[in-house]
Ligand binder design. Structure first.
Ligand SMILES: [Zn+2]
Length: 263
């Protein structure tokens, strides 16, 4: 059977193994510096999802992606399409409710755009409360922080947005669309700060301030794309697929537990 949800017929959905984990990638359409296209988060998120489908073809189904996200703070850069967080949560929850209605019991909201993280966390929690099925959210870089740090060339601060991580992976897939020669290193991390850290593998800082993107980055980049290379990108991507596949297998093994209403 195909792993692509959109290629199924309704009869195949009716007869499908409902313990397959349905993967929904949610991304964004936004500036990624002068060196990368607007579709970066969708291309990378779907490369991870489709890689998982190749690694575990009997265990997952991959939904068509949601290529828009919560990113109004990017709108000073031409091309950005932004969705209000309430709309995004409602939209994603309508998709998960539909899947639950058709009998699917296990969903992974696979995030590939940083600011979607809290929205998808809430959408997953709402799905559990409203439908009783298992719905998990994860930003794929959070599944592999230590392994990113073992592979990276850039210092902390070099992997935030359109930096080494995303540029290297996109180069490994479509080198003709990535032009790191047009980019500059923009490491905005303050090593003296105890609480603020936007590096995707930097362990977080404990506190979050998301400013207008144009206040903090002159060209949309945050990080160091200049050290990106396709070989490392291939390793980042293979690692993302491996760790997401491991997560899928844990999700498949989770028990469906009964509720106990103690009124
Ligand atoms: Zn991105």
């Amino acid at each position: 059977m195909t792993t692509s949800y959109g290629h199924l017929t309704w009869e195949e959905v009716r007869d499908a193994d409902k313990d397959r984990v349905v993967i929904l990638n949610v991304s964004a359409t936004e500036d990624h510096g002068p060196h990368m296209p607007l579709d970066t988060d969708t291309v990378l998120g779907m490369a991870v999802a489709e890689g998982v489908a190749r690694a575990a073809p009997d265990e997952v189904l991959v939904m068509p992606p949601v290529p828009y996200g919560f990113n109004e703070h990017h709108k000073d850069f031409p091309g950005v399409i932004w969705i209000q967080p309430e709309t995004l949560i409602a939209f994603v929850t309508d998709i998960t409710r539909s899947l639950a209605h058709h009998g699917f019991r296990r969903i992974l909201l696979l995030n590939s755009h940083g600011s979607n993280h809290p929205c998808l966390d809430l959408a997953a929690r709402k799905t559990v409360i409203e439908t009783g099925i298992i719905c998990v959210s994860a930003s794929y870089w959070n599944l592999m922080s230590e392994r990113i740090n073992a592979l990276r060339k850039s210092a902390i601060g070099g992997i935030a947005h359109a930096g080494e991580f995303e540029a290297a992976m996109y180069m490994s897939l479509h080198p003709e669309r990535v032009h790191v020669g047009k980019s500059e290193a923009q490491n905005l991390h303050d090593p003296k700060s105890r609480f603020f850290n936007l590096d995707l593998a930097g362990g977080g800082g404990g506190a979050m301030l998301m400013r207008w993107w144009s206040e903090i980055s002159p060209d949309g980049t945050m990080g160091d794309p200049t050290v990106a290379d396709a070989g490392t990108g291939e390793k980042f991507l293979a690692t993302a697929i491996e760790e997401t596949t491991a997560l899928i297998r844990e999700i498949r093994a989770l028990p469906i537990l009964p509720r106990h209403d103690h009124h």
